[in-house]
Structure formats: structure tokens, C-alpha cells
Design a protein around this ligand. Structure first.
Ligand code: FES
Length: 80
């Protein structure tokens, strides 16, 4: 499974590097590094003022930020 985090200029300004790091740390803590890859992506056409665009298997979520990260991650990446 792959998760794409937008690193376009708008998302970059809204913290995409921090979101990628947090995602990698969370996946590592779950022991699922071999199963879930995190990759950067160019602009997804969903630039938002409130956060970063992230593409999960079930769709693109706009506005991912430090505050809503845990809730969104849990919703889209189910525990094994
Ligand atoms: S820069 Fe991320 S959706 Fe446009």
C-alpha cells in the first residue's frame, strides 16, 4: 500500500515535510514499514488553506495538519 503526501508549493508551506515525517514515524511505530510506503506527490489540485493533501487508497483527503493527523490516519489506515 502507498500513501502519497503532496509536496506541491502550497502544501509544502502548510507542513508537508512534517506530515511525511509523522506518517513515517506512525507507520514505524505500528511495525508496518514493509507494508505501507509513503511517497511525495506533485500538486493534487486540492490545495487548501488548512493543511496538506494526502492520497490514501480510498481517496484524497485535503487539509491534513498536526491537529487532525491522528484522527485521519486512524480512519484511513486500519489497525491490523
Ligand atoms: S500543492 Fe498540494 S494539492 Fe496543490
Amino acid at each position: 500500500m502507498a500513501i502519497y503526501v503532496c509536496i506541491g508549493s502550497s502544501c509544502h508551506l502548510r507542513g508537508s515535510a512534517e506530515i511525511i515525517q509523522r506518517m513515517e514515524d506512525t507507520i514505524a511505530a505500528m511495525g508496518r514499514k514493509d507494508e505501507i510506503q509513503v511517497a511525495g506527490s506533485f500538486c493534487m489540485g486540492n490545495c487548501s488553506r488548512d493543511g496538506v493533501s494526502v492520497k490514501f487508497e480510498d481517496g484524497v483527503i485535503e487539509s491534513v495538519n498536526e491537529e487532525n493527523f491522528d484522527e485521519i490516519f486512524r480512519k484511513h489506515i486500519k489497525e491490523e
